[in-house]
Every structure is written in structure tokens, then in C-alpha cells.
Design a protein. Structure first.
Length: 505
């Protein structure tokens, strides 16, 4: 039986492991952390449970399809609930609850801008077409050659897909009110670029948001990780946790093994304990960890496809400044998801992408899963997850800086919700650029991967197959199809098929 080593157990690594094991390969996953999930790990402290990374469950059929590929269903593993309101937006002078029901949303749009309900119908009819072609066809291409896109539906719809128009211009054609424009631009922020630099193809995200809905798996997003890990082990995948890959060993332009070090995480071990490296023989390697790290740290120069100059020219999706907060009281009239758009959207966007710097007055996002789920916080208590998007690669990530931003956003949170929380904080942990680098070997401390701009789409992304090593592949948010949880699941499947093709030659 042929052996495959996968480095990293985030969503893409878990997906790839399942597809390869199901195809009959002996699959070994090496994970630096002590649990699976990568950026989607879980933090448990003092009875509070926090999803450390992804917190939005969109495109439910992508998850359904994944489990269906193995004769399973999502409901075999976790219970889904559609959120209503989908999320709440705090503007400078008002609050908007985004209803889950489409007829209610149309009424809301019409109340803000007369005629916009009909425009929303037209906008979403187009977005549905893009979603069907995009999610069912484009994202399943490995992006290794332009010939992959010689597909009748894609060619026929290339202008309908709006690949060469940007989102800002596209949305502006339909909606004139600034509030509606910002609402429609918001989902694009998941793709890691400004709306004016994102192809209008991605209005498919609006269709996902509005028509397919915002959902929540009871127990948190980590339930998906647990489900995929359970499926992988059932399929025979072997996992090695606290296991840090240190080298991919090449012979005749082929990867023959991966060297790793079993990290000392046991507190009863003496400080001088220095475990011996472990070598895993393999017929193929899949890098599901940070692409740049695998190339630069695990391969010698002659086997690296991309130069440091190439990487430095890539437009990265943002990093984040995160806070995991436990309160000793319940809050009133708060939503599961809330967007604080009460400062200047344009200014913060420029501070992330145009002139990267720590933001002066940032927008931020809050997730309070305990509003929906009584298992994630002790009775009578609340768990809050705060996220400030910041530019990747920023220096000066200090505790003092984190404390200053925390004071800033807590003041705004208290003012807008009308509830004091400072004196009720019983647990607090921050996480930012330096943690992404230390924990995930993340290039420039990015949180989401590579921005989905036109010049970083499909064949213009770092390739999912090494150009220098015959049996080395890559999956995840720095290659096709791009950032986000559903794309990561698809990325694992796409790369598994490429590995199988190569090994069957």
C-alpha cells in the first residue's frame, strides 16, 4: 500500500486525508499542535469554550457534500441551526438586524432605499448563477493550466461571471445608498481584499449569505473539526500530534520521507529532554501547513518553486487581533454575530491593504455563541470573541498595544449595546500576528491566506503541485481555490485527486 504524509491538520489537511484514505492509501498526518484543526482549534478555559478561528458557517451544502462523499451526513456528527437574525450591524447612528427571511430582508432594503428590493432580486439572480458555476465548477479546478477552463459553461458565461469587473463597481450599479453598499460589500472581506480589488465573480458570496443563510453547529465550529477527525480515523488515517515537521527529504527529485520532531509537551519531562527526530517514509507529501513555511523551512533552495521576492509581492489577506472573553453575567439584546461598522470603512481598509499599519479607529466583529448555545459557557455567563482585522506583517505586536485596542473596542461595545462588561470579565486571552507566526508558521502572520484578487485567482495562485519535486503537493488557503472554510474543504479534495493521478501514473 502506498504511503502519503500530510503536514498539517486544518480543514484542508483533514479533507485531503479523508479522500486519500478512502482511495486506499496509507495516510499519516503530522500536526505541530496537540489537537487537530489548525487555525480552527478550540480553546477551553474556566468552563468557557471558544472557537479560536473561523466562526461563520456558510455554504452548508459544501459540508453536506463532503460528508456525503463518504456515505455520511453532517447530522451524523452535529446539529445545525440557522441564525435569525443572520447578524447585526452597528452603524454610527443606528443598528440593523439582518433578517434570515428573504421577504423581510427585501422590506429592510426597501425602507433604506426605495426600489432596492427589486434590485436585490436582480442582483441575486446573477449571484446565483455565479455561485452555481463558481462553487460547482471553478473551485474544483486544480488551477494548473488555463486549459482546465475550456469548459462550455465557463466560456459561455465568462462575461456573465464578471471576472473583469470589481465588486465595488458591480454593487454600485444596483445600490446607491452607502449603507446598502457596505452591507453587500461585507461578505467580500472574507476573501481578504478590498471590494475594488475583488472580481465581481465573488458576488456569489452575497448569494451564500442571503439565500443559503448563516448557520451554527451546536457546540461550535470545532464540532466540524471533530467530525472530520472522527471520519479520518475511521478511514484509517494515522495522526501524530505535537509533531513538528523539520525537513522533506528529496532523492532524484522525489520526496522519499519527512523528518519531524516529537515536541516535548509533557510537564513531567526534564527541561533538557531532547527527543530524537522521527522519519516517515512516503510515496507523496501534501503540505497542508503554511505554503511559504514548507517551501522555505522544509526544502533546500534547489527544490523551492517560489523565491522570497515572489512571496513578498503577494497580496496577503489580513491578520487579526483577537480576544477571547468570558463574562460572569448574561447580556441583553445581543446577536450571535455582530459587525461594528461605526467607524470609517474606507480608512480602515486602506490601513490593512494600501498603507499597512496598526489601525487608528478600526471596525471590529463580535461573536457571542453563548446567545445560541448554552454548552459553551457556564450557566449565567457569556463568552465573547472579538476580532479586529489588521494588515499582515505588522511589527510591534505587544501586550501594551493589545490592551490599548481592547480598551478602545470595549468602550464602543458598551456604548452601542448599552451594557457595561469591563467589571464582569472573568477570563481574557488575546491572540494576534506573533501568535499566528509562532503557532502556525504563518507567512507574515496572516490569518486567512492569500487575498482573492484577479491577479491571484486560479492559475495565478501558487500551484497546488511543486514544479521542482515530482510528488510534492500543497493544499489550503495559500493555493487553490483560496481562503475560507468551504474552499479549504474543496482544496483538500482537489489536491487528493491530483495526488491519486500522480501515483497512478
Amino acid at each position: 500500500m502506498k504511503k502519503i504524509v500530510i503536514i498539517g491538520s486544518g480543514f484542508a489537511g483533514l479533507s485531503c486525508a479523508c479522500f486519500l484514505a478512502n482511495a486506499g492509501y496509507e495516510v499519516t498526518v503530522l500536526e505541530k499542535q496537540s489537537t487537530p484543526g489548525g487555525r480552527a482549534r478550540q480553546l477551553k478555559e474556566q468552563g468557557f469554550s471558544f472557537d479560536m478561528g473561523p466562526s461563520w458557517y456558510w455554504m452548508p451544502e459544501v459540508f453536506d457534500r463532503f460528508f456525503n462523499c463518504f456515505g455520511k451526513n453532517t447530522f451524523d456528527y452535529y446539529h445545525l441551526q440557522r441564525l435569525d437574525p443572520s447578524y447585526t450591524v452597528y452603524w454610527p447612528d443606528e443598528i440593523t438586524h439582518i433578517p434570515a427571511r428573504y421577504d423581510e430582508l427585501k422590506k429592510l432594503f426597501e425602507s433604506i432605499e426605495p426600489g432596492s428590493a427589486a434590485q436585490l432580486d436582480r442582483f441575486l439572480a446573477e449571484a446565483e448563477y455565479k455561485y452555481n458555476v463558481g462553487i460547482n465548477k471553478l473551485v474544483h479546478k486544480p488551477g494548473r493550466s488555463v486549459t482546465e477552463f475550456l469548459d462550455a459553461d465557463v466560456i459561455k458565461g465568462v462575461f456573465k461571471l464578471d471576472v473583469f469587473t470589481n465588486m465595488k463597481k458591480h454593487i454600485g450599479k444596483y445600490f446607491k445608498h452607502a449603507m446598502l453598499q457596505q452591507l453587500m460589500e461585507f461578505p467580500v472581506l472574507f476573501l481578504g481584499a478590498l471590494p475594488q480589488h475583488t472580481p465581481a465573480l465573488y458576488s456569489l458570496m452575497n448569494y451564500a449569505d442571503i439565500k443559503l443563510g448563516t448557520w451554527y453547529p451546536q457546540g461550535g465550529m470545532y464540532k466540524i473539526v471533530e467530525a472530520m477527525y472522527s471520519l479520518a480515523t475511521e478511514l484509517g488515517v494515522q495522526f501524530h500530534f505535537d509533531c513538528n515537521a523539520t525537513a522533506i527529504n528529496i532523492q532524484d527529485k522525489k520526496a522519499i520521507s519527512v523528518t519531524a520532531q516529537q515536541l516535548n509537551t509533557k510537564t513531567d519531562q526534564p527541561a533538557t529532554h531532547n527527543p530524537q527526530p522521527v522519519t516517515f517514509k512516503t510515496d507523496a507529501v501534501v503540505g497542508a501547513a503554511d505554503y511559504h513555511f514548507i517551501e522555505k523551512a522544509l526544502l533546500s533552495n534547489e527544490y523551492q518553486t517560489y523565491s522570497e521576492e515572489y512571496w513578498n509581492k503577494r497580496l496577503m489577506a489580513p491578520s487579526c487581533l483577537l480576544y477571547y472573553i468570558g463574562l460572569d453575567k448574561k447580556l441583553d439584546n445581543v446577536s450571535h454575530h455582530a459587525l461594528f461598522f461605526d467607524t470609517d470603512f474606507e480608512v480602515h481598509g486602506k490601513e490593512i491593504y494600501t498603507t499597512p499599519q496598526w489601525p487608528a479607529d478600526p471596525l471590529f466583529y463580535v461573536s457571542i455563541t453563548s446567545v445560541t448555545d448554552n454548552t459553551v459557557a457556564p450557566e449565567g455567563k457569556e463568552n465573547l470573541f472579538f476580532l479586529i482585522p489588521v494588515a499582515a506583517g505588522l511589527q510591534g505586536d505587544t501586550e501594551a498595544l493589545r490592551d490599548r485596542y481592547f480598551e478602545q473596542i470595549i468602550t464602543r461595545f458598551e456604548k452601542r449595546t448599552g451594557q457595561e462588561i469591563r467589571e464582569n470579565i472573568v477570563y481574557k486571552k488575546s491572540y494576534s500576528v506573533s501568535n499566528f507566526v509562532d503557532d502556525y508558521n504563518s507567512f507574515k502572520g496572516n490569518a486567512y491566506g492569500l487575498a482573492n484578487t484577479l491577479m491571484q485567482t486560479a492559475v495565478l495562485k501558487p500551484s497546488c503541485k511543486s514544479k521542482k519535486v515530482k510528488n510534492l503537493f500543497y493544499t489550503g488557503q495559500l493555493t487553490v481555490p483560496g481562503p475560507g472554510v468551504p474552499p479549504s474543504l474543496i482544496s483538500g479534495e482537489v489536491v487528493a485527486k491530483e495526488v491519486i493521478k500522480q501515483l497512478n501514473k
